[in-house]
Design a protein around this ligand. Structure first.
Ligand code: HPA
Length: 278
């Protein structure tokens, strides 16, 4: 039986040592694959997969489309840590668990964090399938990801004036252009979920300056910035946000658009990772 005491208290250094031991690499780039975006994992060469279940203190993920494992390998020859699945507040876990994979990546040596996620499009021009490069965010999860003792290597009061790295964003845009992949910039509003928003909530989010809405990314970005990592975040629009389109939001449809957008994102990441370095 699992050690119940230890579950929910991921032991960061031990986890990083296991990943180093299994994969034999010190990846400089950590890529997180969001809901339905797990297909990107197939682009990793010499892949060694380490399920979350084998890492001390990691709970299992429970959401369909989040299989819950790390993959150590290479993309375009560059060592990477790919994370298939993530933890969300709506699973009932706390900030320490949600942030644990980012801290494990950093302890392993990743200076760059690349986040991918599924979102609802608030801006009406963001049709399902669109890719948005996140340039700012609103934390509307009503949780403080850094509350509690300061974690190893992190600042108590990190600056958040540039949550995503301007140089990496420009690199991403130039590579998207070369690959013929359409992408626009936008502000990501993070809500706790797991229910989708009401139309009134989406109107409020739009008035607050949000272009897309999702249930992840922001705790990870915040923790990464506190630890001095460079961050890049891509959102795949899987549906018009509530009240923007005509119909109801359907989880199956969300997953189908995520898979389709994820394909294009995979092409982009394959070009980008070797340039984003280590
Ligand atoms: N709202 C919040 N999260 C989401 C959505 C949405 O409409 N679509 C995919 N993730």
């Amino acid at each position: 039986m699992a050690d119940r005491e230890a579950v929910g208290k991921p032991r960061i250094r031990e986890c990083a040592n296991i990943l180093h031991g299994e994969g034999g690499l010190r990846p400089g780039v950590h890529i997180v694959l969001g809901s339905g975006l797990g297909g990107l994992a197939e682009r990793v060469k010499d892949a060694v997969r380490v399920p979350f279940a084998g890492l001390p203190g990691f709970p299992r993920t429970s959401v369909e489309g989040h299989e819950g494992s790390f993959i150590v390998g290479r993309i375009g020859g560059t060592p990477v840590l790919v994370q298939s699945g993530r933890f969300h507040y709506y699973e009932g876990v706390g900030a320490r668990v949600v942030a644990a994979p980012v801290r494990v990546g950093r302890a392993l040596g990743a200076g760059t964090l690349v986040l991918t996620n599924a979102v609802g499009g608030i801006r009406s021009d963001l049709a399902p399938g669109s890719i948005v490069l996140v340039d700012d965010h609103l934390n509307l999860m009503f949780r403080a990801p850094l509350a509690g003792p300061v974690a190893e290597g992190e600042q108590r009061f990190p600056d958040m004036s540039r949550p995503c790295d301007p140089g990496l964003m420009e690199l991403a845009e130039s590579q998207a252009l070369k690959a013929g992949i359409a992408m626009s910039r936008g502000t990501y509003a993070a809500v706790a979920g797991p229910h989708f928003e009401t139309p009134a909530e989406v109107r409020a989010l739009r008035a607050a300056g949000a272009d897309v809405v999702g249930m992840s990314a922001v705790p990870e970005m915040t923790v990464a910035r506190a630890g001095g990592q460079r961050v890049l975040a891509f959102s795949v629009v899987t549906n018009h946000a509530s009240g923007v389109g005509a119909g109801a939001i359907d989880h199956e449809e969300v997953m189908a658009y995520a898979a389709e957008g994820g394909e294009r994102l995979g092409v982009l990441l394959e070009r980008l990772v070797p340039l984003a370095g280590g």
